[in-house]
Ligand binder design. Structure first.
Ligand SMILES: O=C(O)CCC(=O)C(=O)O
Length: 275
């Protein structure tokens, strides 16, 4: 699926674009059920109520790299429409997956604090992209996301703490970003919102009675390397050396799409999923 020129321009200008009708209704339902199951399995034994969770967990239940352990999720993660849209928005020929993640904001869950993604990631380059997929669409009051339009080009690259343990970084008062306009995006199911790794973004709290069910896939241009000594699951689990390229089974190619699904990294069988 190829973005329109207008969608590419919006992404380049605002650092975010919502593309409607990317995922057909039936596929969205199947995928949502698969991610629900994978999240439930990762959360087995955790019966804590929201008030017993850390302030980070009160923003969302985060499950990373579901594609590695769940075959049903993996089929969707390597969905060629999403990969092609992401590569075209970045304007690159070849991309790989950084990681996927479910971000389920429980009913009553707190907001997600403002941040940029790239300062959290030890990866080279300035252009990486997240496909943010809300299975039920997203509405204000239900964990909808807001973005500071154009902040990816503002020159700012600041770590915004999202643990809730220190005060959030105040991008709205910073000289580089204070004049930018926040854009809150509500979506219908099937819409995917793509944001740039330097775009400042946050989400509102979930005042609805249902969980906000979101799945994300993060892509980077082929050739990006391990850029800074910074604790992070992706380089740490294979003891990478600084400057080494992210590649191989742990960061498979997403675009051009392959006809076969990538291997299970580390050779472990998937734990869940239905063929
Ligand atoms: O969904 C959220 O609450 C936050 C999402 C986010 O920070 C991201 O996708 O980078």
């Amino acid at each position: 699926m190829i973005p329109t020129q207008k969608q590419i321009t919006t992404f380049n200008t605002c650092g975010v674009v919502a593309i409607p009708d990317v995922i057909p209704k039936e596929q969205l339902k199947t995928m949502g059920e698969a991610v629900d199951l994978a999240v439930a399995l990762r959360s087995v034994g955790d019966n804590r109520s929201l008030d017993k969770m850390s302030s980070y967990e009160q923003s969302f239940t985060q499950c990373i790299n579901l594609w590695e352990t769940d075959i049903a999720v993996r089929k969707f993660t390597f969905n060629s429409d999403l990969a092609e849209l992401s590569a075209a928005l970045l304007g690159v020929e070849k991309t790989r997956i950084w990681h996927d993640q479910a971000l389920y904001k429980k009913s009553g869950g707190r907001n997600t604090d403002p941040h940029q993604d790239l300062p959290f990631w030890p990866i080279s380059g300035q252009d990486h992209i997240t496909a943010w997929i809300p299975f039920n669409g997203s509405k204000i009051g239900g964990g909808a996301m807001s973005y500071l339009g154009g902040s990816h080009q503002s020159g700012i690259k600041k770590f915004g703490d999202i643990t809730g343990e220190t005060a959030p970084f105040d991008y709205l008062s910073h000289p580089a970003t204070k004049n930018l306009t926040p854009i809150t995006i509500e979506t219908d199911p099937g819409t995917v919102v793509f944001h740039h790794s330097l775009t400042v973004h946050w989400a509102d709290s979930n005042l609805s009675s249902e969980a906000r069910r979101v799945y994300c896939i993060i892509y980077f241009p082929d050739g990006c390397t391990y850029s800074k000594p910074w604790p992070h699951l992706i380089p740490d689990r294979r003891q990478m050396k600084l400057g080494e390229a992210y590649a191989g089974d742990l960061n498979p190619v997403t675009w051009p799409a392959s006809k076969t699904l990538p291997n299970t990294p580390f050779g472990k069988p998937p734990t869940t999923g239905f063929e």
